[in-house]
Design a protein around this ligand. Sequence first.
Ligand code: OTU
Length: 651
Amino acid sequence: MYEQVSHSLLNAILDDLKPEISRQDLRHFYTRLGANFYAIYSLFFNLYGHRKDFKPQMQRLVETMAKGYINRSAELERVDIERELDHNWFLSQKWVGMALYTNGFAENLDDLADKTPYFQELGINMVHIMPILMCPAGKSDGGYAISDFRKIDDRIGDINDLRRVAEEFRKRDILLVLDVVLNHTSDEHEWAEKAIMGERRYQDYYFMFDNREIPDMFEQSMPDIFPESAPGNFTWNADMQKWVMTVFHDYQWDLNYSNPEVFIEMLDIILFWANQGVDVLRLDAVAFLWKKIGSSCQNERNAHLILQLMKDCCQVSAPGVLFIAEAIVAPVEVIKYFGEDAIIAKECEIAYNATLMALLWDGIATQNAKLLYQGLKNLPDKLERATWLNYVRCHDDIGFGFDDNDVLAAGYESFAHRKYLVDYFSGQFEGSPARGMVFMRNDATGDARICGSLASLAGLEAAAESGDPDLISAAVNKILLLHSVILSFGGIPLLYNGDALGVVNDYSYRDDDSKSNDNRWIHRPKINWERAELRKKQGTVEYSLFSALKKMIAIRKETSAFADFNNRELLDVNNEHLLCFIRFNYLRPSERVLVIANFDANPQYLDLDVISGRGINLYGQFVDLYTGRSPAQYDRRIVLQAYQFYWLTEI
Ligand code: OTU
């Protein structure tokens, strides 16, 4: 019955298609539209069915998808078809990512294209180039306050440079990841400027109120994201005499997705970038897409419906393109961004694993893996055909957003434990080697986050200053330990620019007025390529890190048990300092890798007897895939040195 409604609407829409669209060869488009239309219609109806202009908007939606399809090159369409045939392609262990700012990694996009051999040298084949679109200078939020969604920031290049990057990447089988900032625009975006001029149509793209009545109501339940630098969620605009919703900075205006035009505009932008040869789109701040009075305005059901609709529409026009959900939210909420059902209600194929990231840092600060174990044990199962983006550091701060119940179950008191972590990483805890900074302390909630580069947080900056070789090697080993987990956990590991070279904090942001009130800039470094040459010189820290990571990456790619097919068993091993799990080949479950990571500064042992019955031969002989050597083993106990890890297989 319902299908009939959507079928007849689809027929009417197709009859009315503009002649320039209907004249094209739309064979594949029609097949996909037919297959997805019922879902698209239902979602669009659910979100916008109450509006008088529902049908014309639906028509525009289909036209936008058709235009997106028509503008797709033959080459990209070939990729689409290839990926449709091999739809699990991104779950393979062969992918290893890196995130970077163009002008941190290179001079500009052109120079970045020239530097692609570096990715191959390390084994990186998925590169997230952080936002490259036009942003007002000084009010850019590191690229996340966009004033033109179709124009590349002229300080780093133009669309031809990006095409060159995309070509270089495709030649070398490197995936290109770019951002689409869905939640907000800069206040200097054309839409915002037209709104300021009084154009009603564009005022409806945002949330605007004449007085504080509604903003006050919203704010009762909305948390502050940047309480220090941008308190509150609304900003007064004197030209319009209106309050504008600005969840992030006061110059980032939240888009109003209860308006279907906003949805269609953003879909058009997504398809535009898909057609530039982008393989994966990182969707920024997706948790915030729907605002509802009385809620935290995060993780709302309609935010999920919007993402499902985006996915369905993109699957019609550019099916080879994947979405990454950037939702730094509680573990039970993150999981929902994969969608409700792998086929009929899919959202993003990939999501940032912020839970693992924060838990790993807990392991470093406590030299103990009990909260890490607890948190991972309670991480809900994800959907089929969905995978994690596992990372240790990124361009943002670290929030200790793990579940309070897990903190309690690990035997900690929530407030005191979080305070300990913040003190530890900001170097305020006696004996801590970490050199981080506190980010956005919120006195009202007691919450605080941490900034700092991986190397500095792991103690390398302090160790290098002291010149003590033992401290340096401890820091190096911690950095490798953290990477050994993200490379073996299941999902796509995402390294961060500079981390393979041990780049420490960059304090120069303090002298730049547009950056000095945001200490996330401390960990957005500019690579010194002369110094990076040291990666080739034995005996240097750069060499130790780079060569070890290179080797780990190469081994990961050869180890099918590291692909992500829900093929991980977490182990309770009766030793709090060890994180331990088994990865198995989902096609040949007897092919197993036992991963053990020692978070302690002292040697620890794993008693194999406690994991009997898990398919590991207790009397077997093991070999470590990483070193190629057998582990120190005595009487069914495997010994690990401080911060050592093993990737063990039976021989
Ligand atoms: C994202 O961040 C970006 O990664 C940040 O760089 C931007 O400042 C922000 O959006 C606004 O565009 O929205 O879902 O704590 O972790 O704001 C999570 C800061 C986000 C970030 C958080 C995050």
